[in-house]
Design a protein around this ligand. Structure first.
Ligand code: AMP
Ligand code: ZN
Length: 112
């Protein structure tokens, strides 16, 4: 838990979000500014700033997130989807609690 982190606040219930999945390790909720018909964020409950802050000890957690993405995407009605992890200010990251974007629905262009 990091005091001023918006995703830690969602995890603790201090800020509302439209949750689509939760277990002991991760939470998934709809992005507040969706850039696709379906756009949710898959977020570990452990506060890690970004991919740059990941260590070997996070391997299972990162693998779990990647394996959950298609399961949750299917539950959201998607047959295909995009995934994105923005990393660092120069990588377009705005919220410094690592998260995986999952986006789909409609025709997705190849690189955006
Ligand atoms: P980024 O850090 O650039 O990968 O993206 C952060 C994402 O978090 C953006 O797509 C925001 O729309 C989303 N976001 C920020 N605050 C909230 C919130 N309170 N609930 C849901 N999504 C949020
Ligand atoms: Zn956090």
């Amino acid at each position: 838990m990091s005091a001023n982190c918006v995703f830690c606040k969602i995890i603790s219930g201090a800020i509302p979000a439209t949750k689509i999945y939760e277990d002991d390790d991760v939470i998934a909720f709809n992005d507040i500014r969706p850039s696709a018909k379906v756009h949710f964020l898959l977020v570990p409950k452990l506060h890690i700033d970004s991919l740059l802050g990941c260590e070997n000890e996070h391997q299972a957690l990162l693998g779990k997130m990647l394996l959950l993405a298609p399961q949750l995407a299917k539950q959201q009605g998607l047959a295909g989807f995009k995934t994105l992890i923005n990393t660092g200010v120069e990588g377009g990251q705005e919220v410094f609690h690592i998260h995986l974007h999952v986006m789909g629905g409609g025709n997705q262009s190849r690189n955006s």
